[in-house]
Write a protein that binds this ligand. Structure first.
Ligand SMILES: Cc1cc2nc3c(=O)[nH]c(=O)nc-3n(C[C@H](O)[C@H](O)[C@H](O)COP(=O)(O)OP(=O)(O)OC[C@H]3O[C@@H](n4cnc5c(N)ncnc54)[C@H](O)[C@@H]3O)c2cc1C
Ligand code: SF4
Length: 310
């Protein structure tokens, strides 16, 4: 595995991306060099308050949407749409989706390039609904919503139908509390032991905890190059001037994800106290109670800490 810190050289694409836009650069490069004919983009559906995947056949159709923190059943989508896939195929996958997506593509004789997204957890749409409730916003009035992108480290950007916009930061905010409350996390994430997508060609991450993350205002992507094909594409993107990158120390890069890696190990190990807490999280009575007002919610977040911290 080789690791790099980099960004896409196109200022507009870099700004709108989650971190440094290397993910966007890969899709652009693969289409432009005709290595792929099909990829996946996402569209926001305001009525359902969710992003949905869509097949695309050129980079012009790609929408830079940033990280999506509502559950997307990508494997089911690719299974359903497999007959509409032409030629080589690329898409972004969370670690738990990589193998299944590759398998579907191989079974249908398509070359695939998998861009892994490092992953702490994924949330149900109720997390976003709860955020709106706490902000006293009516979900029926929401027109657009982005979880990330438009600068670094950015945050949730909500556009209302009357044109008003609201922003909640990504760090130390109400959204951070909601995200880490474990009340909306997808159940499989509480038993997951994968953080960096080992089955991808290139896995991308936010450079949290690296010095650059503190000073940057635009964004850098941390890249874990996993396969020979990934290495070849990464080198060519650099040679052709699509991206800028510097090599990173592998251990230092992995250390940026250490909190998540250790937390996931803790999940796997289980133990009576942890299992009891996980059961409590599933209890409808408990959930109703802690979500009934912000004081109980905050108390829940405080109670949670000793169970999940190192
Ligand atoms: C649920 C989730 C959890 C994450 N957790 C971490 C973490 O703990 N630590 C960390 O370092 N990084 C995490 N990431 C990855 C990180 O936020 C960035 O996605 C990554 O750094 C790529 O940045 P980029 O600017 O190169 O990507 P971009 O150029 O912005 O491209 C990203 C593209 O990924 C696609 N995408 C976004 N969300 C999803 C999704 N849910 N499923 C499939 N495709 C999607 C979209 O097409 C989007 O345009 C997470 C991402 C997600 C979606
Ligand atoms: S935490 Fe694990 S199971 Fe959950 S979405 Fe991420 S990779 Fe998948």
């Amino acid at each position: 595995m080789k690791t790099y810190l980099g960004y896409i050289n196109d200022d507009k694409l870099r700004w709108s991306a989650t971190s440094g836009g290397i993910g966007t650069a890969i899709i652009k490069y693969l289409f432009e060099t005709k290595r792929i004919e099909t990829a996946v983009t996402f569209e926001f559906n305001a009525r359902e308050l969710k992003y949905f995947p869509k097949l695309i056949y050129s980079f012009d159709e790609y929408e830079s949407v940033g990280s999506i923190y509502n559950e997307v059943d990508l494997v089911a989508f690719i299974k359903e749409k497999v007959l509409e896939i032409r030629g080589g195929f690329a898409c972004f996958c969370l670690p738990c989706q990589c193998k299944a997506v590759r398998h579907i593509l191989a079974n249908n004789e398509h070359e695939s390039f998998i861009i892994g997204l490092t992953c702490s957890s994924q949330q149900s749409v109720e997390a976003t609904e709860y955020l709106l409730k706490r902000m006293n916003l009516n979900k029926l009035d929401v027109q657009g919503l982005r979880y990330r992108g438009n600068g670094w480290p950015s945050g949730i950007q909500i556009t209302m139908k009357d044109g008003m916009t609201k922003q909640i930061p990504n760090n130390n905010s109400m959204w951070t509390e909601i995200f880490h409350s474990r009340l909306f996390v997808m159940p499989r994430c509480l038993r997951c032991n994968e953080t960096i997508a080992a089955n991808a060609d290139i896995t991308l991450a936010d450079p949290w905890s690296l010095p650059v993350a503190k000073t940057d205002k635009v964004g850098h992507t941390l890249c874990f190059v996993m396969t020979k094909e990934g290495e070849n594409i990464f080198d060519n993107m650099k040679k052709t001037g699509l991206i800028t990158s510097v090599p990173m120390n592998e251990v230092e890069s992995l250390m940026t994800q250490i909190t998540t890696i250790l937390r996931k190990r803790l999940y796997k190990r289980g133990g009576r106290k942890l299992n009891l807490f996980l059961r409590l999280l599933k209890s409808e009575v408990y959930r109703k109670f802690v979500l009934s007002n912000s004081v109980w919610f905050k108390l829940h977040c405080r109670l949670l800490k000793p169970f999940f911290e190192r």
